[in-house]
Design a protein around this ligand. Structure first.
Ligand code: NAD
Length: 281
C-alpha cells in the first residue's frame, strides 16, 4: 500500500502557478466573502489566505453580517463583477439559512467563478470544454494522475452525488473513458452500496459519514480516495475505515492530508485560469 498524499503534489503545482503568475506580470485579486460567524469557514479562509500569499495572489476578505439578505449579497457580488481589478470570487460555506447557494452562485460572472459552480461553467464539462471546474473534482483527478493509472476502461465507483463533488467528477472520469458508477443515499437505502464498493478498482468517497465504507469491502489492489471530512472529538477522519482499507488498497489517501491540501491549490489554479480568461489568453 502506498499513501496518496496531497501535500507534495500541491507543492509542485504551486511552483507552476507562481511561475505562471509571474509571467502574467500582475497580482491577481481573489475576493472571498463570508456571511456571519462560522468556525468551519474560518478554517478555510485561513488556509486560502496563506496559500494565496505564498503564490503572489492578493486575498481580499469580506465578512458580511449574519442577517445579510440574498438581495444584499447579490448587489455586493454585482459590484465585484463590474470591478475590473477583481479576478475571482468565492463565497464561503456554510451559509445562513436565508441564503440559497444555488441561486447566489448564478450571479457570479462566469469568468470570475473560481469555484466552477456557475451553470455556464458546469454546462461545459460534458463537452470537455470547461476552463473553470469545481476544485475538489480537480484535486481528485490530480491524485489519480499521481498514481500513474490509466483510467481507460477502469471500474470507478463514486459514493456521493453532490453538485460540487460527485456529479462533476463523474463527467471528468467519463471523459477519460472510465466506467463510472455513482452511488448515493438511494444506493445505501436499497442495500446495494457494499456490492458496488466491492467491485471498484478505483473508489472515491465524498459523503461526510465516518466509517460508512467498511475496510473489508475494499477490493484487493484498489485505489481509494477519501474526500470525506468528519470531526470525531479532536480527530479528523474520512468516510472510509482507514486501517482495514489500507491493508487491501494499492493506494489510499490519508485524512487529513489527502484531498484537502490539493483542493485549495486548485482554487488558486482556477483563479489563474480566470485571470487568463479575462485577459483573453
Ligand atoms: P453533500 O452533503 O452535498 O452530499 C453528500 C452525498 O452523500 C449525497 O450524494 C448523498 O446522497 C450521499 N450520502 C449521504 N448518506 C449516504 C449513505 N448513507 N450512503 C451513501 N451515500 C450517502 O456533501 P459534499 O458537499 O459533496 O461533501 C461530502 C463530504 O466531502 C463532506 O464530508 C465534506 O466535508 C467533504 N468535502 C471535502 C473536501 C476536501 O477538500 N477534502 C471538499 C468538499 C467536500
Amino acid at each position: 500500500m502506498r499513501l496518496l498524499e496531497g501535500r507534495s503534489i500541491a507543492d509542485r503545482i504551486k511552483v507552476q502557478i507562481s511561475q505562471d503568475i509571474q509571467k502574467l506580470g500582475l497580482k491577481p485579486i481573489l475576493v472571498s466573502i463570508q456571511i456571519g460567524e462560522n468556525a468551519a469557514a474560518e478554517v478555510y479562509v485561513k488556509s486560502q489566505n496563506k496559500t494565496a500569499d505564498s503564490l503572489g495572489i492578493e486575498y481580499k476578505f469580506y465578512k458580511l453580517d449574519q442577517a445579510t439578505s440574498e438581495d444584499e449579497l447579490i448587489q455586493f457580488i454585482q459590484r465585484l463583477n463590474s470591478d475590473e481589478q477583481v479576478n475571482g470570487i468565492i463565497i464561503q460555506m456554510p451559509l445562513p439559512s436565508q441564503i440559497d447557494y444555488k441561486k447566489i452562485s448564478q450571479f457570479i460572472l462566469p469568468e470570475k467563478d473560481i469555484e466552477g459552480m456557475h451553470p455556464a461553467n458546469i454546462g461545459k464539462i460534458p463537452f470537455g470544454k470547461a476552463r473553470l471546474i469545481p476544485c475538489t473534482p480537480l484535486a481528485v483527478m490530480e491524485l489519480l494522475n499521481e498514481t500513474g493509472i490509466d483510467l481507460y476502461g477502469k471500474e470507478v465507483v463514486i459514493v456521493g452525488h453532490s453538485e460540487i463533488v460527485g456529479k462533476p467528477l463523474a463527467l471528468l472520469l467519463l471523459d477519460k473513458f472510465a466506467t463510472v458508477t455513482v452511488c448515493h443515499i438511494g444506493t445505501s437505502q436499497a442495500g446495494k452500496l457494499e456490492g458496488h464498493v466491492r467491485y471498484a478498482e478505483i473508489l472515491i468517497v465524498a459523503v461526510g459519514k465516518a466509517g460508512l465504507i467498511k475496510g473489508e469491502w475494499i477490493r484487493q489492489g484498489a485505489i481509494v480516495i477519501d474526500v470525506g471530512i468528519n470531526r470525531l472529538g479532536d480527530k479528523i477522519v474520512g468516510d472510509v475505515e482507514f486501517e482495514e482499507a489500507a491493508k487491501r488498497a494499492s493506494w489510499i489517501t490519508p485524512v487529513p492530508g489527502g484531498v484537502g491540501p490539493l483542493t485549495v491549490v486548485m482554487l488558486m489554479r482556477n483563479l489563474l485560469e480566470a485571470t487568463k480568461l479575462q485577459l483573453h489568453l
